[in-house]
Ligand binder design. Sequence first.
Ligand code: GLY
Length: 343
Amino acid sequence: MILIPVKASKTYEVSVTQDFNDLRQVVDGVKSGDKIAVITDTNVEKLYLSSVIDALEGFDVCVHTIPAGESSKNLSTYCTLIQDIASSSLDRSDMIITLGGGVVGDIGAFVASTYLRGIRLVAIPTTLLSMIDSSVGGKTAVDLPIGKNLVGTFYQPNAVYINVSCIDTLPTRELMSGYGELIKYAILDDRISIDDMKVLDSSLIAKAVSIKRDIVEADEYEGGVRKLLNLGHTIGHAVESLSNYTLSHGECVVKGLRAILDISSRYYDIKDSDYTQLDSIIRMLGHDCTMPYSVDEVIDYVYRDKKKKGDLIDIVLIKAKGVVEIVSMPIDKVRRYLSEYQD
Ligand code: GLY
């Protein structure tokens, strides 16, 4: 087992393992009361719920299953969950466990952060994307009809338990979506080499988690350096939203990364060898990098981005592998650069 300590407003450990054998020890370490509410979804419950329940023998466990998919991540599901949990009489000493991907993790953590003003939380992410990104760092969220993740809190878990073997049951598209975020980490930080990217194992996942941990520890509430995690996301989110979520998050992040590399190459004087290396990292896993929407459609969305300030948007530009910078850029300049971009 690889243990990655996180020192944020809460101190906790991310355990990276190959099975559920150590889950009980992790849960016992959080020192909860007798009751545990497990929040999961209709896909994941069939695959992993029984293993998790077995590990929790002796606790009074209630299970709350939501329909799988982004459409569950809303205030109505949140109200149902929080009322069900209140009906199960969990108190402040008790615990919520989230078992699932980003949707279950985000909404379940939002429930944990708001029920009785916050109860213990153990996250068990089951998708690659949630293992390396959303389960670590304390962002909780639900969507509103006008946009994703518009309601939420910062609330760190008490433990994160990653069973890497859960990746074996992921559909290929879901796996490719997670790889999109891994490509982002490989560009952000030199700790992930091109060779590392060729083998998806505990060590690669632990490296990605450690990179995220370091950024979260430096800037838990996203006042500065945490914005680096948005590399590829400003344009990626626009494409994701324009596709009405028919394109996955990671697919869109890779399109965003490719466009940002192009913008970066117009903004900086990037060495040819660095440009070629970055381009090949972005393409190395076979993602489709084409931009399916017009510049006007993308820029209209960027104008609605919650991270924009007036006519400026903070975007993360790339100088070389492991060398990135947050640049406050006029949105019209992004438009001009994008209109010269073609993939
Ligand atoms: N997913 C980006 C962050 O946690 O800040």
